[in-house]
Design a protein around this ligand. Sequence first.
Ligand code: KIV
Length: 279
Amino acid sequence: MTRDPSADIRINAEDIRRRKGGVPIVCLTAYTYPVARLLDPHVDLLLVGDSVAMVLHGHATTLGASLEMMIAHGQAVMRGSAKACVVVDMPAGSYEASPAQAVTAARRIVEETGCQAVKLEGGVDIAAQIAAIVAAGIPVMGHIGLQPQSVEKDGGYKIKGRTQENIALLFRDAEAVEKAGAFSVVIEGTMEAVAAKLTHYISIPTIGIGASVDCDGQILVIDDMVGLTVDRVPKFVKEYADLRSAVADAAARYAAEVRSRAFPSPDHVFTTEPGKDET
Ligand code: KIV
C-alpha cells in the first residue's frame, strides 16, 4: 500500500476532544511500523507509549525510555499509519524541570516524527508545562492516576483513588490538566467509581486503562492485548489473542524442521533459471 504523508485524512487532537461523551474512543499503544499498519484501520488513536522501554527494550520500568527512543518509534508508527491520531509519550527527564525544557522536547518530538500530539504524566505539578506546550501550538494529552514514571517514588504500582485525600488530589489533577489546555487525559490504575466521577467532572475526554467503562475511551498496551507479554499480565488487561503460544509453537516447529532438514524444502529454495522462481 502506498502512503501519501501529505493526505490530510488523519484524526487530529481536536477530533478526539470533540468525542467527549460520544462513541468510546478506541486507543492502543504501537511502537513499530508493521503493528501500526495492522492497528491503524481499527483505532482512533495510537500511543507511542514510553512502555516501549519495558515492552520492546526489556527495561524494568518506563524510566528506561529516552527522547531518541521515543522519536525513533514515533517515526516508525507514523510511517505505518495513515488515519489514527498518533500521540508520542514524553519520557521521564524530558519535561519536569521547567516549561521551557518541556517545550523544547515536545517541539523535537513533533518536528522529528510528525505526530499529532505528545503525552506527559502528572497533574497540578506539571500544569505549567502542559500550558506552555499547548501555547507553542502542540496538542497535549495528560496522564493522571497511576503514573508509571513515578513508580520508584511511589514504591511500586499503587492503585489510586483509595483514600479521600488521594481522591481529592485526583480531582485537582484532572482539573489542572483540563485548565492547562490538554485535549484529553489518560486515567490509569484508578478505582472504578473515582475514574467514572472524574470523567463526568471534566470537559475533555478521559481515556481509561485499569479505570472505568464510563471513561470516554479505553487504551491497552498492544503486547498485553494480543497475549505477547511474557512477564506478569496486569489484572486490567484482557488478552484478545494468544500470540505467546503462537510464537513459541512456530519457533518449536521451525527448530524441529531445521534439525531434521525438513526446512528448507524444494518450495523454499531456488532451483530453476533466473526469472522463473524469483521471490
Ligand atoms: O506508556 C504507555 O503505554 C502508557 C499507557 C499505559 C497509557 O502511558
